[in-house]
Write a protein of this length. Structure first.
Length: 155
C-alpha cells in the first residue's frame, strides 16, 4: 500500500500545499492501493501514520530561496538521519523529525520506500490562498501521483 501524506497549514497561504494536494487527490480518485492522510502540522501523527505502509510519499512546502512552484524530490534517506534533537517538543516536531523518529520506533513496520516532494512556497500570508505558481505545481504533482500510483519516478 502507498500512503500519501500532505503536510502543512491550510490557514497560511502556500503552506497549505500538502492538505490541498490530499483533497485534490481525493477529488481525482485515488489510484488502486493508495491511501491519503492530511498530516497537518503534527509530525508525531505522521510518524505513527506510516506504520505498515510499503511506500510513503510526503508532500510539504519549502523555502529554499528558489522560484515559487519549483518541485523538489528527495528520498526519505536524504532527510531521515538528523542530528540529535535538542530542545524538541511536540510543537516543533515536524515531518522530517517524524521520519527519523519513525525509523527508530517502527522498526520493521517502517516503510521500505519513502519519497518527499517539496514545493517552493511564494507566500505564507495568513488567510491567503495558494499562489498561482504553487497551485499549478500542486496540480502537476497530483497528475504525476495519479499516473504513477504513488511511484517514485520524477514528475
Amino acid at each position: 500500500m502507498t500512503l500519501i501524506i500532505g503536510c502543512g497549514n491550510l490557514l497560511r497561504g502556500d503552506d497549505a500545499v500538502g492538505p490541498v494536494l490530499v483533497r485534490r487527490l481525493l477529488d481525482a480518485g485515488l489510484p488502486a492501493g493508495t491511501e491519503v492522510a492530511d498530516g497537518g502540522t503534527s509530525g508525531m501523527d505522521v510518524a505513527f501514520r506510516m506504520r505498515g505502509a510499503d511506500r510513503v510519499v510526503l508532500v510539504d512546502a519549502a523555502t529554499t530561496g528558489g522560484e515559487p512552484g519549483t518541485l523538489y524530490r528527495l528520498t526519505g534517506a536524504d532527510v531521515e538521519q538528523l542530528p540529535p534533537l535538542e530542545g524538541i517538543n511536540l510543537h516543533s516536531f515536524r515531518w522530517d523529525h517524524a521520519l527519523a523518529f519513525g525509523h527508530w520506533i517502527l522498526k520493521d513496520d517502517y516503510p521500505r520506500d519513502v519519497v518527499v516532494y517539496l514545493i517552493e512556497a511564494g507566500s505564507f500570508e495568513f488567510g491567503a490562498p495558494l499562489t498561482p505558481a504553487v497551485d499549478a505545481a500542486v496540480d502537476r504533482l497530483v497528475e504525476h501521483l495519479c499516473a504513477s500510483s504513488g511511484a517514485t519516478a520524477q514528475p
